[in-house]
Design a protein around this ligand. Structure first.
Ligand code: MN
Length: 198
């Protein structure tokens, strides 16, 4: 088989569309530089494995697989993150089936916000807060370190929030809590609903 490669997806909106919640400057750096670096890192690991299988190079398999996990998860999560957002709206809240499911599992949207925001704020160093579902459509809030640690196998991410400093520092400096609070305005609940139903 041909070598597997991943590509940087275009943003589904303009770089300045999320302002004032997330600035054009951050979006340009975050998408064009940071996400691209994960794409390149994932492709580099895939290429090493491809050449290793053909007998062309020797590699430290564990090291390459660790790189693959880090960069591929970085690529996948950022790809979801861009689609999870849209133009800011005040009083932005989920409707439809995902809205009902959130009420059932968490008691209310406010409860989900509280648990998810607490997860985001408490990420140690770099990581993500994630709303995910299992095969029975039960919902979970996850607390991910880096891009790849503390996932639960087979759980599907529906809504992801990047809390690496590169995601907010230029706009919010060290005020991560304010970034998280504002971010709820740009959540694209239609996209979350779509991922929930898929
Ligand atoms: Mn990021």
């Amino acid at each position: 088989m041909e070598i597997k490669k991943v590509e940087l997806p275009p943003l589904p909106y303009k770089y300045n569309e999320l302002e004032p919640v997330i600035s054009e400057r951050i979006m340009r750096l975050h998408h064009d530089k940071h996400h691209l670096a994960y794409v390149k890192g994932a492709n580099s690991a895939l290429e090493k494995l491809y050449k290793f299988r053909k007998g062309e190079i020797e590699i430290n398999v564990r090291e390459v697989l660790r790189d693959l996990s880090f960069h591929m998860n970085g690529h996948v999560l950022h790809s979801i993150f861009w689609k999870n957002m849209r133009k800011p709206e005040e009083n932005n809240s989920p409707g439809g089936e995902i809205g009902d499911r959130i009420e059932k599992v968490f008691g209310s949207f406010e409860n989900l916000k509280k648990e998810f925001s607490a997860s985001a704020k408490s990420v140690e160093g770099v990581g993500w807060a994630i709303l995910a579902k299992d095969e029975e459509n039960y919902l979970y809030v996850l607390n991910i370190e880096k891009h790849n640690l503390m996932h639960i196998a087979g759980f599907k991410p529906l809504l992801v929030l990047d809390v690496w400093e590169h995601a907010f520092y230029l706009d919010y400096e060290n005020n991560k809590a304010s970034y998280i609070e504002n971010w709820w305005k740009v959540v694209n609940w239609d996209d979350v609903e779509k991922r929930f139903k898929e």
